[in-house]
Design a protein around this ligand. Sequence first.
Ligand SMILES: Nc1ncnc2c1ncn2[C@@H]1O[C@H](COP(=O)(O)OP(=O)(O)OP(=O)(O)O)[C@@H](O)[C@H]1O
Ligand SMILES: [Mg+2]
Length: 236
Amino acid sequence: MTSTTTPAPPALRLTGVSHTYSGQRRRTTVLRDIEYAFERGTFYTILGPSGSGKTTLLSLASGLDTPTRGTITFDGQDLTELGLGRYRNKHAATIFQQYNLLTYMTALQNVTCAMEITGAKPATGNRKDHALRVLDNLGLDRAMATRNVLRLSGGQQQRVAIARALACDVDILFADEPTGNLDEDTAQGIIDTFRDLAHEQNKCVVVVTHSQHLAAQSDRILNLRKGKLTEQVNTH
Ligand SMILES: Nc1ncnc2c1ncn2[C@@H]1O[C@H](COP(=O)(O)OP(=O)(O)OP(=O)(O)O)[C@@H](O)[C@H]1O
Ligand SMILES: [Mg+2]
């Protein structure tokens, strides 16, 4: 007997996505007619020169902005129909290039605050214990977790931003150059975490990077150049 079930839609699909910034004098088209489907269980990296539109692409895919043209769907539903706020709260977490931490709070408060806003409930224990565990797994002990984030180093702040995204149970995780400020060992630990999230927890993980070394460890490498997104064969 043949199965009649239709295959599940990709987690995220970009169809004919173009984006133009309108300045006072001129318009800059950054993305041109992008077509791509991101699947669960896969770790993607996006490479591209500075100014090629990587952050712009992430801001559209993570529901922070809407494309000038084209559509973006999550599990087959248009993001604008689903609601960008709902998509960001329930389905997609973003680790920003500039961290975007709340600077009047401790590391722990940054994480628990995000969990409260998104309604994330840990499988065991309360939010605080879960947040402390996630921070500790990233090398931030209790003393660091309870310190104001401005009193942490750049690399430590980066890890708080990563913990904040990991503590919220989402389907898609976006990260904009997450290992730029980290030493090699810490960076490798973060890469391993991303890979495990994709392979063991079936998340869709999309990471923008300038590092060929990081990209070589992902399942699929994408290149953004002159507004076009193309997939590169990973020879590693
Ligand atoms: N809000 C904005 N208004 C106008 N132009 C913008 C805006 N944001 C980005 N741009 C322009 O769009 C282009 C792409 O920027 P984007 O930040 O997406 O690049 P990027 O690939 O992330 O670069 P980097 O590797 O340096 O972070 C750049 O030319 C930038 O100047
Ligand atoms: Mg950028």
